[in-house]
Design a protein around this ligand. Structure first.
Ligand code: CDP
Ligand code: CDP
Length: 232
């Protein structure tokens, strides 16, 4: 039977609002939402806890062989919690200690192959919204809708600062700015699948958009693409 379910791939720089729009879309469409960045954060948490030397290929491979990541839907939050070897790590992966190292870990070829293989499996049945850095370019190059998000850097810093300050009152704006600049730089200049706008991705600059306005915009795009798929 023909399905009009599609894959929505959302990529862009840090703190543009990718996961916000991805969650909104998934709830509205009844799709699964997968935060691919959470996987790289969970792997980084494991590396930090176990003192894995990122520069040692054998240590990285042995660590990946011991890592099992699962997403479990949470009825209350209407999104998925992430489990690392049966432990819910949804909160600890948001720590600045993880944010400081995640882009270095995510640049490792073996780590990317490990994460991308699982991400591709999660999209086999379509009806999924996934956000990250290489979703439209590498994970789902045939996604029916690709969105590339950008926002003014100063707006992004303040958005992320407000969010982190709620749980960590000691965090400073400078720390957040430094972390975002560093990650944007590493993510867009690494050798393995660097962050870039796929040529068929639609650009969304949400610097001055509310969450509702950005949702309206993207829902319009989803409708167009779902209709085209149903007619194909
Ligand atoms: O903090 P933010 O929401 O911007 O980032 P995230 O989505 O949690 O991703 C954390 C980090 O994981 C990014 O800075 C990238 O280094 C890496 N990442 C990646 O390389 N590829 C993806 N598809 C998703 C995230
Ligand atoms: O996933 P990504 O790192 O791109 O960003 P996010 O975690 O979705 O959004 C970063 C912060 O910006 C969150 O606290 C959002 O609530 C906020 N945000 C906003 O204030 N206005 C928007 N239009 C989108 C997101």
């Amino acid at each position: 039977m023909a399905t009009n379910k599609i894959i929505v791939a959302i990529d862009g720089f840090s703190s543009c609002g990718k996961s916000t729009i991805a969650k909104q879309l998934a709830v509205r469409l009844g799709y699964a939402y997968i935060d691919s960045g959470a996987m790289y954060r969970a792997i980084t948490l494991y590396f930090l806890r176990n003192g894995v030397n990122y520069n040692n290929h054998d240590e990285v491979v042995a660590a990946l062989n011991d890592i099992h990541i699962t997403f479990v839907f949470n009825e209350d939050s209407k999104t998925s919690d992430i489990y690392l070897n049966d432990e819910d790590v949804s909160l600890p992966i948001r720590d600045m200690l993880v944010a400081d190292k995640v882009s270095q870990v995510a640049a490792i070829k073996e780590v990317r192959h490990f994460a991308v293989a699982q991400q591709k499996r999660l999209g086999r049945k379509k009806g999924i919204v996934m956000d990250g850095r290489d979703i439209g370019s590498v994970v789902f190059p045939d996604a029916e809708l690709k969105v590339f998000m950008v926002a003014d850097p100063a707006v992004r810093v303040m958005r992320r600062f407000k969010e982190m300050h709620a749980t960590n009152p000691h965090i400073t704006i400078d720390e957040v700015r430094h972390n975002l600049e560093l990650r944007d730089y590493i993510d867009s200049t690494r050798e393995e699948s660097p962050l870039h706008q796929a040529k068929d991705a639609l650009l969304l600059d949400n610097s001055s958009m509310t969450r509702e306005e950005q949702l309206d915009k993207v829902i319009g795009w989803v409708k167009e693409r779902s209709m085209a798929r149903a007619q194909a």
